[in-house]
Ligand binder design. Structure first.
Ligand code: HEC
Length: 487
């Protein structure tokens, strides 16, 4: 058993993580790539920003992949009137960085050293222009300057070999006010070890599909769970509830297809089954959804392996991942306990990467993407590395990601926009640290909602676990390394 698995299986659960991976130049066109992108040349530089000359193209690039017909956002931001009518709210949401939804921002404790792919954030310049335009009375400008319309049409996975679909549509009840997380077992029919070079998700009903994760279910236990639940799916908040699951893919709106490149693959063991997990967000109409995902199978064994490594969730300081002492610990020593009504509780944990793995020296791992995972009380998480043998490119200390705008609904992985040889690395003896902050008070709207759904009026003490009102502190690293004999 790999030490990664051992560590992660302290709480053998992972959920809702969205990854777009690939340090490879063969990355396909992003899903939702605007088809008329080429029509628009450089935008005019306006001293007084207008809708036509400046603002419309910002909305196109940073808002419309969700805020347009068929997108997950509840209203469009396409016409002058669309933005004009909600300008005050839009101003507040962009200034507070709640929109576009994106958890990772630099702060004093964490400055990320690499650019991030498919960055949805408004740049400081875009933010200043949008806010300036609203504050200046929203001039419409000269229609002749308007950019061509963009349409975020889904673009499939290049070279896809398999499309796997939910067995039947699942109807998301209208106005239930309650998000649903369902698991759909799917048999890919792989009778030999199979290497996946690329993945993509095609949501059935975009307006209700908030996240999609596909797990590998090595023993094929999902089907029985669905049968017990009386149909083709079962509820599954924390994870797929099967033994030894691993992550194949994860997706949220705005995330393009993933490609590992020609010679890198993620392995699905022979005869394993898959479990498709969908986070549904109900709307005011009952909505049937039949989500699909696409795979590109690589012929033969690739030279590089991609793996999704889950680390964290330390319960105490006894295991391979050690919980560090914290302010609210009991006299008995470090414990993962988040007291009720504390707004800034912190849990941190560390692991030193072992010298060997399954008897072989641990190879140097390239970190292609990093994500953070907590539940509803989580508000900020950082993943840091301390390297035993730093080099000019790989500093002694590096913060790999910080998510001070963490939101359970908008979790995603953050892929580094670097060529493979410039990616951050992790090697034997390096120390990884995970620091999670929680707001377990009624001021946290997610905690309020989660408690209301359980008919509870006040926060309760939170421990590590996989239920809605439990918590996690789990780092997700998508790593690549050379294929070895153990693969
Ligand atoms: C990745 C998808 C996505 C992108 C990109 C996005 N939004 Fe949203 N937006 C949503 C969703 C979904 C909602 C509904 C509320 C929610 O679920 O958080 C929303 C809600 C809003 C709201 C209403 C918030 C409220 O509290 O009622 C505003 C205003 C808004 N968005 C503005 C913007 C602006 C401006 C941009 C671009 C600069 C943008 N959004 C980009 C998905 C997105």
């Amino acid at each position: 058993m790999s030490p990664f698995r051992a560590a992660a299986s302290l709480v053998p659960v992972f959920a809702l993580l969205t990854f777009t991976v690939g340090a490879c130049s063969s990355m396909g066109d992003p899903a939702g790539a605007p088809i008329e992108a080429a029509v628009n040349g450089p935008r005019p530089v306006e001293t007084v920003p207008t809708f036509a000359g400046t603002v419309e193209s910002i909305l196109q690039d940073k808002c419309q992949r969700c805020h347009s017909e068929g997108g997950i956002a509840p209203f469009p931001l396409v016409t002058y009137e669309d933005i004009h009518d909600i300008a005050a709210l839009a101003r507040a949401k962009v200034v507070s960085k709640e929109m576009p939804p994106w958890g990772a921002f630099d702060d004093d404790a964490c400055k990320v050293q690499h650019k991030i792919k498919d960055d949805l954030r408004l740049t400081e310049d875009e933010l200043a222009k949008l806010v300036g335009w609203i504050d200046n009375g929203m001039p419409r400008g000269d229609d002749a300057l308007r950019p061509a319309a963009k349409h975020y049409l889904p673009v499939g996975l290049e070279g896809k070999t398999h499309t796997l679909t939910m067995p039947a549509p699942y109807v998301v009840a209208e106005n239930s006010g309650k998000d649903e997380i369902r698991c759909f077992p799917i048999d890919p029919g792989f009778t030999a070890d199979t290497w996946i070079g690329g993945t993509n998700v095609v949501p059935g009903a975009s307006q209700v599909v908030h996240h999609v994760i596909v797990y590998v279910d090595p023993k094929g236990e999902g089907a029985a769970k669905a049968a017990t639940a009386g149909g083709t799916s079962y509820p599954c908040f924390g994870g797929p509830n099967v033994s030894d699951p691993s992550l194949l893919l994860a997706w949220a709106p705005g995330v393009p297809p993933t490609s590992y490149g020609e010679d890198t693959g993620l392995k699905i063991p022979k005869d394993a089954k898959l479990v498709l997990q969908v986070h549904y967000h109900p709307t005011n109409a009952s909505t049937p959804d039949q989500t699909k995902f696409e795979l590109r199978v690589i012929e033969g064994k690739p030279s590089y392996v991609a793996q999704v490594v889950l680390l964290g969730n330390a319960e105490d300081d006894k295991g391979p991942i050690k919980l560090l002492p914290g302010a609210d610990d009991p006299a008995t020593g470090p414990a993962f306990v988040i007291p009720a009504n504390v707004a800034d509780h912190k849990e941190s944990m560390e692991v030193i990467l072992p010298e060997t793995i399954q008897g072989f020296p641990l190879p140097t791992l390239s970190i292609a993407a990093v994500g953070t995972h907590m539940h509803w009380a989580g508000v900020d998480m950082k993943v840091e590395i301390e390297r035993k043998n730093p080099t000019a490119d790989q500093p002694a200390k590096e913060c790999l990601i910080g998510t001070p705008k963490y939101d359970f609904n908008w979790q995603r992985g953050y892929s580094f926009d670097e060529p493979a040889d410039k990616l951050p690395t992790a090697a034997a003896g390096d120390k990884l640290r995970f620091t999670c902050k929680y707001d377990n008070t009624m001021a946290n709207r997610h905690v309020r909602k989660a408690l209301a759904e359980q008919n509870k009026a006040t926060p309760t003490e939170i421990k590590l676990g996989e239920q809605t009102l439990d918590e996690m502190c789990l780092g997700v690293l998508v790593v690549t390394r050379r294929t070895s004999l153990v693969d």
